[in-house]
Design a binder for this molecule. Sequence first.
Ligand SMILES: CSC[C@@H](O)[C@@H](O)C(=O)COP(=O)(O)O
Ligand SMILES: [Zn+2]
Length: 269
Amino acid sequence: MAFVTLQTPRSPHSSTKNVGAEQQCRQFPRSRSKSKMATTHDAEALITSHDPHHPANLICELCKKFYTLGWVTGTGGGTSIRDGERIYIAPSGVQKELMKPQDLFVMDYATREYLRRPPVLKPSACTPLFMAAFTLRGAGCCIHTHSKDAVLVTLLCEAAGTDVFEIQKLEQIKGIPKGYGEEKKGNLGYHDRLRIPIIDNTAHEEDLKDTLEAAIQQWPDTHAVLVKRHGIYVWGKDVAQAKTQCESLDYIFQLAVEMHKLGLPWIPK
Ligand SMILES: CSC[C@@H](O)[C@@H](O)C(=O)COP(=O)(O)O
Ligand SMILES: [Zn+2]
């Protein structure tokens, strides 16, 4: 079984039995700026905690859950958390459900310097997209999934010639915030129309940055952007909001796909 071949030498700071991403991904070259790095002790302290709500523990836990939902399958997708001035980022090209806190990168928000870089790994290609949610929308957590239903609604919208997913009159729409600012406080109502912009995919994840940023500017109330034939980015002010929105949206996408199969409209007359 291929999985077993990953369970070879452990990194010295590993203390749990599961294999970490560092072992999954030894092909990546080291590239670290030692001068700006925190000391090894400080760097390890950034990701070491018994608190299950510590961002380093949460990212690993969330990705395990998301894997069971098919959201981060085959190394795709991921999650990033902003905790004050610290940004926690997963490595690229690794099985996200097997990650350990010691596999995570930590970036300083203000300087964009990595305070912690695990050897042999490189940061997720989604990093510029996560940063867009943090900087443009003040997000505390951003989730990227390759959910099949998210991909399917982008295909259905493409076939319908629209680059916005729109749906109305579903109870779960009430799980999505109205927007930002005082006058947009609270969540959408049952009668409100949910709109999620869709951007084109690119050959490389990081090249989505400009169009994702443009979609965020064009749709100032949105908390998510769909990526055609790829997946979705969803963010929230904190982990709970990002996660519950991602769940609500995925549930709505599942319904939308089923409604389409049954010949039912997304916007009832
Ligand atoms: C199955 S490869 C998927 C990647 O290209 C990308 O779309 C993705 O979501 C994850 O990028 P990663 O750099 O591994 O964090
Ligand atoms: Zn992706």
